[in-house]
Design a protein around this ligand. Sequence first.
Ligand SMILES: Nc1ncnc2c1ncn2[C@@H]1O[C@H](COP(=O)(O)OP(=O)(O)O)[C@@H](O)[C@H]1O
Ligand SMILES: Nc1ccn([C@@H]2O[C@H](COP(=O)(O)O)[C@@H](O)[C@H]2O)c(=O)n1
Length: 279
Amino acid sequence: MWRQRLARAAALAASTTAAGLGIAHVLHAVLHADEHPSESTDATLLSFKRSAPQRTGTEAHWDQLLHDVDRPVVVGIAGGTGSGKTTVACAIAQRIGAESLVHISHDSYYRPLNHLPMQVRARTNFDHPDALETSLLVEHLRQLKSGAPVSIPMYDFATHSRCPSTTVVHPARIILVEGILIYANEELRDMLDIKIFVDTDSDVRFIRRLKRDISERGREVGAVIGQYLDTVRPMHNQFVEPSKRYADVIIPTGLNSVALEMVIARLQHLCAGPAKSGR
Ligand SMILES: Nc1ncnc2c1ncn2[C@@H]1O[C@H](COP(=O)(O)OP(=O)(O)O)[C@@H](O)[C@H]1O
Ligand SMILES: Nc1ccn([C@@H]2O[C@H](COP(=O)(O)O)[C@@H](O)[C@H]2O)c(=O)n1
C-alpha cells in the first residue's frame, strides 16, 4: 500500500515540477492526492494547477502573462535606500511609455504622523515594515488589477505626514511598484508578477542618500548619519537584504546594465501582445 502511495506521489511530483511549480506546490499536490485517492493523477494535477498561483520567474508564468492581454502585470522594484529604484523605474517608464505603464511607490503609503510632535516623528523607525500601511497598497493593487482607478496618498518627507490631496492612478498594462520593503510582506509579494532587486553597495547607497536627503527631503548631515546608523542600516540587514532571495532578476549596477535592458525588452514584448508563434 505504501509503495503504491509513494509511486503516485513521485509521479505527481515529477508532473508538478515539469509544470514549472516550486517545491511547496509539489508538496501540496502530493498531500492533495493523498487526501483524494479516488482522483486520477492528471485530475489532481489539473485541479491543483487551477487553484495554485504559478511560480514567478518561470517561462510558464511568462507565457501566462503574455496571453492574459487584458490583465495588468505587476512589476516590483526593490533594493536598499539609494540603490537606484526610482531611477530604474523612471528608465523603464520612459522606454515603455506613459500609456502602458503606471508607477507606484510604497513610500506613498508611509503612515501619517501628524498626531506626534515633530521631534518624535523624526526619531521614528521608518525602515521597519510596520511604518507603512501596506494593507492599503495591497488593496489598491487589487483594485487596479480589477480595472478600477485608485487614489494614492501623497507623502511629505519633510513633515513625515500625508498631504491633504491624493493622486488618481488608472489601470495600465504594466504596474511598477517600488520600495525598500515590498518583498518583506508576503501578501504584497504574492501580488507581484515579476520581482526585480536593484543591488548597489552600501557605501554608494549611503553617499547617494546623504546628498538626496539634504537636497530633496529637508534633512541635515548629522540627522541623516544618525538615522542611518540607528535604524536604516540595521533594518536593511534584517528585512531588505534577506528579501533579495525572492527576486526573479537582480540588477547589479542600476542603469546601463544588461539586466535592465533584458527587463525592458521583456516588458516591451508584453505590451506588444501575444507572440505570433502561439507561445
Ligand atoms: N546608476 C546610477 N548612477 C549614478 N547615480 C545614480 C544611479 N542610480 C541612481 N543614482 C542617483 O542616486 C540617487 C538615489 O537614486 P534613487 O533612484 O532615488 O534611489 P532609491 O529610489 O533606491 O532610493 C539619485 O540622486 C540618483 O540620481
Ligand atoms: N518620513 C520618512 C519616511 C521614510 N524615510 C526614509 O525613506 C527611505 C525609503 O525611501 P528610498 O527612496 O530611500 O528608498 C527609508 O530608508 C526611510 O528611512 C525617511 O527618512 N523619513
